[in-house]
Design a protein around this ligand. Structure first.
Ligand code: NI
Ligand code: MN
Length: 228
């Protein structure tokens, strides 16, 4: 069994695992880096890390069109539920066995106001254990925090982390994050979408691979990485 990750640009991801299509933070409309459009993607589940516009994105439209269930924190699920979207609310530290794998919500240091100003609860990351036992950590928007060590203790096959700086960890702290997470593979995201978060990903890859045993998979928007 394989699990394939697609980076659609910015923080928008696709995961295909056990025949399920999972979208993460589906921001297509207004995303200058997007490799496709909200009307073209398929989804059985949509994972939302926090309420900011560049993450909740097109969740409502895609969920209504596809019938996908949105998984997020309780507050964001309440907001989406009032818009006729199917949801499954969880909260920090809580895991649940979904048909596609066991999904746990993790801490993230960030904000989470929804586009209309509604309180969006605490921002989150996701730790997914696929049906064939692969562990994938999706950090969401976050600054560096020491409890990444605890997440690393789970034994990560893949970590997807922001490196853009200004709104999230920059390259220096993201390198420190990799040292705590110790994933087999790492995919950097949330950079180069706008000038404010421009980074040299090739330089970051060289540093990470010189100082850790993790392999950096640099994707272009629309690019994929398969875990086997
Ligand atoms: Ni954000
Ligand atoms: Mn963001």
């Amino acid at each position: 069994m394989t699990t394939t990750l697609t980076w659609y640009g910015h923080a928008t991801l696709g995961l295909e695992t056990a025949g399920y299509h999972i979208l993460v933070d589906p921001f297509f409309n207004g995303n200058p880096a997007a490799s496709t459009t909200a009307s073209r993607v398929s989804a059985d589940y949509i994972l939302v890390t926090h309420g900011h516009r560049d993450h909740i994105g097109d969740s409502v439209d895609i969920a209504r069109r596809t019938g996908a269930t949105v998984i997020s924190n309780f507050e964001i699920c309440n907001w989406l539920g009032a818009k006729d979207v199917k949801t499954h609310g969880q909260h920090l530290g809580g895991g649940h066995q979904h048909p596609f794998g066991y999904l746990k919500l993790t801490l993230a240091l960030h904000g989470s106001a929804l586009p209309d100003g509604t309180y969006g609860g605490n921002p989150i990351g996701f730790l997914l254990t696929t049906l064939d036992g692969h562990k994938i950590y999706l950090a969401g928007d976050t600054g560096l925090f020491g409890d990444m060590r605890l997440i690393g203790e789970e034994g990560l096959d893949l970590a997807v982390i922001p490196i853009g700086d200004n709104y999230t960890m920059g390259p220096g702290d993201a390198l420190r994050a990799v040292k705590m997470l110790q994933p087999r593979h790492v995919v950097p995201i949330h950079f180069n979408t706008f000038d404010l978060i421009k980074q040299d990903a090739a330089d970051w890859k060289a540093k990470v691979e010189a100082e850790t045993t993790s392999r950096v998979q640099l994707l272009k928007p629309g690019g994929t990485f398969t875990l086997d």
